[in-house]
Each structure stands twice: as structure tokens, then as C-alpha cells.
Design a protein around this ligand. Sequence first.
Ligand SMILES: C[S@@+](CC[C@H](N)C(=O)[O-])C[C@H]1O[C@@H](n2cnc3c(N)ncnc32)[C@H](O)[C@@H]1O
Length: 228
Amino acid sequence: MSDMKYIPRLYGRLQDKPLKPRQAQLMETLLPKLAIPDPEVGRLNLKALFPQAEEVWLEVGFGGGEHLAWQAAHNPAVGIIGAEPFLNGVAKALVQIDDQGLQNARIHHGDVRPLIEALPDGALTRLFVLHPDPWPKRRHQKRRMISPWFFGEAARLLRPGGELRVASDIPDYIRWTLMHWQRAGGFEWTAECAADWTDRPADWPQTRYEAKALREGRRPAYLIFRRK
Ligand SMILES: C[S@@+](CC[C@H](N)C(=O)[O-])C[C@H]1O[C@@H](n2cnc3c(N)ncnc32)[C@H](O)[C@@H]1O
């Protein structure tokens, strides 16, 4: 994984509660059908994964999968890949995919970094990183998903006009993201007034972490960067 390979894993727990019976069953029956081929094996063939799709989107760290399922349901012509190492999150996403009969979602149960590196140039038209783990301690900042590596890969993967969407409710992470965006080049920030980043757009459903942040009195920022 290029320069990322020496960095410790970026995520916290891999499982909390035991899975409910239906979740456990879907992990065995549905996940193998939706799973992305092992990215360590080589470049991914997106046409084989999504033969009908006009575009491919990727969500990094989908948590409980609410945003992934909503986007898949509202954008049937798009193929959506979600990556998440947290077992309970993957199981929750599978239940939504099954309940809604979604045909255009694929899952990578694991670290998104090898998947990102296995995607071909210009593979994506949207890339979502919603409420990434904040890693507030200075000595842990190198674990943050938003990084020079990430912006470099986002620039490689997104076609001109494609969008990188980042949400955070942590002021330091918002500043961090804007600092890395400025340093990276390759993207314009679409905001023209404060409401463009303080108000969640209509085509951006609420995630579990956003709801938690609002309950706890933190106001998220919704950042949209467009690939030049
Ligand atoms: C704070 S949670 C936010 C979850 C969800 N996006 C939301 O807004 O509710 C961050 C998520 O990123 C996932 N994550 C952390 N590192 C990751 C990595 N390297 N690859 C994929 N997902 C990762 C974590 O497991 C966790 O579910």
C-alpha cells in the first residue's frame, strides 16, 4: 500500500455486540455475493462489478450503512461501493440492502486503503468520507483518513467534475481537511457562502454519527470539493 503501508490501522473496534441471527445469516449468504474481489490481487475491473452502471461512487467508512443504502436506492444507475472494517456496520448495511432489494451496492469488508489503490484512474465520479474517525491526539493524527495520500488518490480516481464529499463535526478535523485540500490542489471547494457548508444538501441523507453530533450539540460541516 505505497507510503500508507507502515501506518497503523486507521480504525477502532472491529465488532461490538454479537450479530443478530438475520445479520449473521446475511453475512454468510449475501455478503459473498456483494463482496468486492480481494484488492490485493490487482486492479479491479469495474465493468465486471457493475455491468449496467453509468457511474461508480465509493463511500469510505459507511458505519451503519444508512447513507450508502439511501444513495443506492435514489441513484439506481450508479454502482456504489461501500468500505467498512466494522463487522456490525457491515451487517447493518446488508440488512438494508436486502430489505430494499438494492442491486447496485457492493461491499468491501475491510480497510479501504488497498481498495482505493486497486481502483483504476478515473474510476469514480463521487467519493464520500462522512465523519471520519477524528483521532484527536496529536500523536495519532497520522491515522486520519484525510491526508496527502488520500487527496492524491482522490485526484487520481475522480473524473473532472467528480465530487469528493467530506463531513465532520470536529472543528479541528474540518480545518485539517481544508488545509489538506489547499495543499493538494486539483480540487475546487464548491462553497460560495456559509450555508453551502453549514446546511446539509438535500441529496445527502443524515448518518448515524451526524445525528449523534447534533444531539451532543456539535454542528457538522458538509464539504464538497469538485475535481478540476
Ligand atoms: C466515526 S465513524 C462514521 C461512520 C459513518 N460514516 C457515519 O457518519 O455514521 C468512522 C467510520 O470509519 C470507519 N473506518 C475507519 N478507518 C477506516 C478504513 N481504513 N477503511 C474503511 N473504513 C474505515 C470506522 O470503522 C467507522 O465506522
